[in-house]
Structure formats: C-alpha cells, structure tokens
Design a protein around this ligand. Sequence first.
Ligand code: FAD
Length: 287
Amino acid sequence: MSIKYVHKPETIQEAVELLYQYKGKGKIIAGGTDLVIEIKNRKTNFEALIDVSSIKEMSFIRIENGIVEIGGATTFTEIAKSKLLSSRLAGLKEAAHSIGSPQIRNKGTIGGNICNGSPAADTVPPLLALDAVAVVKSKHEEREVLVEELLLDKGKVALRDDELLVSVKFKNPSHKEILSFSKLGLRKALAISRICTSVFIEFDEEKICKEIRIANGSLGRFGMRERETEQFFKDKVLNEEVIEEGVNFMQQQVAKRLAGRSTVEFKSAAVKGVLRNALNNAINFNG
Ligand SMILES: Cc1cc2nc3c(=O)[nH]c(=O)nc-3n(C[C@H](O)[C@H](O)[C@H](O)COP(=O)(O)OP(=O)(O)OC[C@H]3O[C@@H](n4cnc5c(N)ncnc54)[C@H](O)[C@@H]3O)c2cc1C
C-alpha cells in the first residue's frame, strides 16, 4: 500500500480523530528517524501519515506536584538540555544525549523511541528504572499504562492502531534518589553489539541501598527490568566487593537469558562493565 495522504494536525484531539478515521491505515510520524527508513525499505502497510511533530501540547517537560511529565513529541535534544530536569535524572538526560548524532537528537522523540519497539532504544531503560507510566489517548479514551507493560516484543508495543502516546510520567527523584546510565558502544557498533543500563537507587543515611531498579537495553527482545539482580543489591551497602558480586550475578542472569545465541559470550561479559559503571555513576553522584 502506498502513502496517499499526509496530515499535520495541531492538536492531540485532531490527531486521534485522524487515527480513528483511518481505522488502522493511518500511521503516526514524529521525528521520522525510524519510520522514514522503514518507508524507504517499503515496509509500509498504511495510506496516511499523521505528523505529530507540530503538536505543541505533545512537546513539553513539566514538573507538577512532584511528578515529571514529558510530552511524547519532545526531542532528545530538549531532554538532554533541559534545565528543569534535575541532575538526579542524569540517567535520562545522558541517555538522550547518547543517541545518534545532533541531527537525530534534534528530530527523534521520546515517544518514537518507545513506540518503535527497538530492544536498543536508549531512553527505555531509564524510563523502566523510573517506573514510568505512559499516557495513551484515542478518540474515546485516555489510559495510563506502565512503559514496561507497553513492551511486548521486538518491534511490538501494546498500543492499538488508534492510540497515540501523549506523554510519559514518573516521580521526580528526592534528594536520596538518583538515576544513572551507562552505555557500551555507538550505533555504528550496533551490528557488533551494544548494551545500555540504567539504575535508579534510593540510599538511606547509612548509604544502604533501600530501593534499586535496574533496566537493560539490547539484552533481550525489548528493554527490561533485572529484578533478580535488583534483589541481590537491595538492603546492602554498595561497596566494591558487593558490586563485584552483583555484576557477576548479572552476568549469570544474562548468560541464562541469551543461552544459545551467538552473542551470549560477549554480552554476558560486557554487561558487567556497563552495570559496574552505572552503579558507580550513581554512587559517585555529586549533584
Ligand atoms: C543514524 C541513526 C542513529 C540512531 N541512533 C540511535 C541511538 O543511538 N539510540 C536509540 O535509541 N535510537 C537511535 N536511533 C533510532 C531513532 O532515532 C529513535 O528510535 C527515535 O526515538 C524515534 O523517534 P521518532 O520521533 O523519529 O519516531 P518516528 O520514526 O517518527 O516513529 C517511530 C515509530 O513510533 C511510532 N510513533 C512515534 N511517535 C508516536 C507516538 N507519540 N504515539 C504512538 N506512536 C508513535 C511511529 O508510528 C513509528 O512506528 C537512531 C536512528 C538513526 C537514523
């Protein structure tokens, strides 16, 4: 099917009306950094593009009542450069800054990063570690769903054809909490292999890790939380010895998950360094 129509709605309501009207044959485009490649490769089965990049109510970063909300069409550059997002959210800002090139960061959006469903989407692990929720809208309904629950499989997210990801929301970290990020390799190295890890930690006064959420990208069919490794670190002081034991634990988890794949040896070894970095970035945070 070839693309016959391109729409540029100015409001969310107009966009969801269009999605409804096309009954599965309308496709959202935001920055186009993934979709245009798909279209060039002729992997399309829709007749209309609905361009949400000019919808102002989808491009914002705000904090209200301790909740951070980022519009789905907010670009990586806006996130990376945001002065509103505190340095305690370094993990999200660094993830956005690590993406592609300046051109890609100027165009690519956080909504597109999630909805494209790539296992290597860099903003997904920080959002998982933040326990972020996505606000999703269709013509007749608005719902909130954990970003984690949106990720079904490689390239597959739990959004209906008529649904738009309007924003993502999460709790603003307190002075005891920190989100960090670490990434191995550049996109050019994607064919070889690439891993990114984000860690959210809440320390108590004794520097004990009261709460920890760890999420990885490129270590499965979609970005995922590492709950067994989280349990390993919880209620411990993260000294060098504990970190070493923990990264070895993670290595075994990854080796089990990727068993039989050609990348298992490289990835299970490499994840140790990436997790160690993310943990040290959180521990050594000086905000
Ligand atoms: C050279 C290059 C380098 C890159 N490097 C990286 C990298 O280092 N890390 C990384 O993570 N990614 C990278 N990417 C991938 C890409 O930039 C991201 O996935 C980007 O976030 C996609 O956002 P977009 O706005 O361009 O989405 P689009 O391409 O416009 O859309 C992608 C998909 O999401 C859907 N979609 C978009 N927005 C919404 C919404 N609000 N609601 C519902 N559905 C929506 C579209 O229908 C489409 O299916 C790179 C891409 C290129 C070309």
